[in-house]
Design a binder for this molecule. Structure first.
Ligand SMILES: C[S@@+](CC[C@H](N)C(=O)[O-])C[C@H]1O[C@@H](n2cnc3c(N)ncnc32)[C@H](O)[C@@H]1O
Length: 216
């Protein structure tokens, strides 16, 4: 692991754990609601093994999961300084915290935060992607992480799947954990398992991850 990224993750782990056990009182809008550290490591290993170069995340919060992805992206392509990770968040104070964390970890130059409502942003990204694909000017994503409002997760899956390469992975959080699992995510897991152009499995790590590969 990159040492600067690891240092920021360690600091955020302490904050996230305090939040989980109720040691600090945090306004509900300001909670990190981060993936667990074993989930972060799990995705970091997946991204390194598929040699991912481009990542899309829906739901940045303070950037904890994004930093796990950034470490893999740097490992896979150390010389590339483009915005290889696009991450979407609507809460301005979380965006400010995420930006500071990315600066502290020295990965702000490879991460673009798109600010606003995920549905609107994804619809315009897809439109732009389809126009650029006709001119063969854009690379698809290798990995997409859905971790924002759970009730719209199926819509986000359908909006992002066309922008994922064949062989790429879409993952979604909060499938299994009794406190964070919501009926929408159970429906999401059932929905993706029935689709013909993907294969999907529920992985019992952290809060439960649905991991889906695009096969055609
Ligand atoms: C579970 S947290 C993300 C945690 C982050 N992925 C991590 O593991 O560190 C979900 C985030 O999605 C954001 N969010 C929820 N609905 C959204 C929407 N419709 N558009 C953009 N962001 C949204 C919330 O503000 C919140 O910060």
């Amino acid at each position: 692991m990159n040492s600067k990224i690891a240092d920021v993750l360690t600091k955020l782990d302490i904050d996230a754990n305090k939040e989980r056990v109720g040691k600090v009182t945090v306004d509900s809008n300001e909670r990190m609601l981060a993936i667990t550290s074993d989930t972060g490591m799990f995705f970091n290993i997946i991204l390194k093994s598929i040699r991912a170069k481009r990542v899309l995340e829906v739901g940045t919060s303070t950037g904890y999961s994004t930093l796990w992805f950034a470490d893999a992206i740097k490992y896979n392509d150390p010389s590339n300084e483009d915005n290889n990770i696009i991450t979407i968040e609507e809460n301005p104070s979380k965006i400010k915290r995420a930006r500071k964390n990315f600066e502290d970890a020295d990965v702000n130059h490879i991460i673009e935060i798109r600010e606003g409502k995920a549905g609107d942003l994804l619809r315009s990204m897809l439109k732009e992607y389809q126009n650029l694909t006709k001119k063969e000017k854009v690379e698809p994503f290798d990995f997409i992480f859905l971790d924002a409002d759970k009730e719209n997760c199926i819509d986000y899956f359908e909006l992002t799947l066309p922008m994922l390469k064949v062989g790429g992975i879409i993952a979604a959080d909060n499938i299994l954990h009794p406190e964070s699992c919501v009926p929408e995510m159970t429906r999401y897991a059932e929905y993706v398992k029935k689709k013909s152009n993907v294969q999907s499995v529920t992985v019992p790590i952290g809060n439960g991850e649905e991991v889906t590969i695009k096969i055609k």
